[in-house]
Every structure is written in C-alpha cells, then in structure tokens.
Write a protein that binds this ligand. Structure first.
Ligand SMILES: [Zn+2]
Length: 137
C-alpha cells in the first residue's frame, strides 16, 4: 500500500525546466530595473510543455519600489503562459503575503529573483508557495 502511494505521487510530480537564455534574461531585467521591481510572465515551449523558454513582459505592468503589480486582466488568453516572475530589490527571495495571494490565484509556477540577481539568488514556488526545483537547461 505504501509503495503504491509513492508510485502515485511520482506520477503527478511535474519536473520543471527553464532555458538558460530565459533565466539570464530574467536576471538581466531584474538588474536593469533595480532599485525598482520588475514583473513578467513565464511561457513554455509550444511543443515541450514543461520547459520555460520565454519571458513575457506585460504592457502596463507597474513596477515601483514596493511589489510589482501584475495587471492580470491584460493577460492574453494564452495557455502557454504557466506562471509569473518578479524581482525583489532585497536579498530575500521569500514570497510576501501579497506574492502568496498572487501565486494562489494565477499560474502554476512562480519565480522570485532577489538581489544581487545572479544564478544563486532566485527561487521558484508552486501555487501554494512551496519551494520547487527548476532545472536550468
Ligand atoms: Zn514579491
């Protein structure tokens, strides 16, 4: 019974990947918007549904020195968009209460890039705010 449960868990587990180019662009945008926050959306490949390959910057996304506000009503109907990304001017990549609220409402995967916006200062979360691993490819 126990083994069966584990098997079941593995089956629903989803392994996320992100293209290095896309991650570099995210970190670059975070850097260039500093000390303001930057926000965007994550899009997957058309064919490979678990590979995040594109950063989409929303028109009218407000970035200020508080949290970036996502204008989700401006979101195009696009099922290749799987989640959000935003930067934290602080060194903490932990989601705030507002972030968790956003995560629960929209998308399945969320990236926070924290200061100094390098390959070690970002984290990914699922819709419950649980940290998840993304493989950089
Ligand atoms: Zn945040």
């Amino acid at each position: 019974m126990f083994i069966f449960k584990n098997k079941e868990r593995n089956m629903v587990q989803f392994e996320w990947k992100i293209r290095r180019k896309c991650l570099d662009l995210i970190l670059e945008c975070a850097k260039s918007n500093f000390p303001n926050e930057f926000g965007g959306l994550l899009r997957v490949d058309d064919d490979i549904k678990d590979v995040i390959s594109e950063l989409v910057i929303l028109p009218g996304t407000i970035s200020g020195d508080s949290h970036a506000i996502f204008k989700m009503h401006m979101l195009p109907i696009d099922f290749s968009i799987v989640g959000t990304v935003h930067s934290h001017p602080s060194p903490s990549a932990n989601p705030s209460d507002a972030d968790l609220h956003l995560f629960r409402k929209h998308g399945r995967i969320h990236i926070i890039a924290a200061n100094p916006f390098n390959k070690d200062s970002w984290r990914a979360y699922d819709h419950n705010g649980e940290e998840i691993e993304i493989k950089v490819i």
